[in-house]
Design a binder for this molecule. Sequence first.
Ligand SMILES: [Zn+2]
Length: 252
Amino acid sequence: MKQLNQIMPALPEELQKEKKCPICGKVYRQKYLKMYNKTIYVPDCNCVERKEQERQNRIQRIKFLKKKLKNASFPYDTLGKRLKTRTCENIEAAKEYIKNFKPRTRQGLYFVGPVGNAKTTLAVCIGKELIRKGYSVKFIVFSQAIRLLQSTYGNKNPLDFMEQIKELAKFDLLIFDDFGREAYKDRTLTDVADFVNYLYTNMNNVVITSNPEMVEKIKQIPDFNAMFDRFFQMTKRKNFVKTSYRRCNEKE
Ligand SMILES: [Zn+2]
């Protein structure tokens, strides 16, 4: 025995034991390595590789998700908020909307209520859930959207007015926050009318948040009604009546 050990040194302990796959339990296959005069045990299945591949795929999905979340440009204070933790008004309407969402169906929501009662947060939650379902979403304060479109008149924006509209219209869902706070002077009214008309004809889906006083204010603008009506033909109105966001979301 002593002699034999000298000729064939003992295998390291981990190679001697009969091993099995930690995932499917299949016993490892013995493999004799002639070159080293050694027998090793190797997996007889591809569970470990498969698991690693799944992990890599998951990483890719998370990276993709993060990129989409970044592109959506949600406001900083709503980052991390998910619909499943919400208990605020119109939550059922939001869930229903997510469930039945189809791009380019001109199906939207119009959240109306005073400041600070979760309209924006709920809109953001809808956007996030849709991103998780693979859709593309853009959040933009409406006055910023107008500024973005009007930046095409100068030389800072390489796109022209229509190209910029088309860029925005590519998103499966557009969230227009705080509609009505923008000032309508000079060409803004016709710019917004062109924008809204395009979204309407293009069958875009929009979620709009607005403050009731703001809506009353812009309704007074001459010639505004036609455009206004068009926007709201694209959405179902949901009222938020509770004034405090905290009151409708006790957990926070
Ligand atoms: Zn296995």
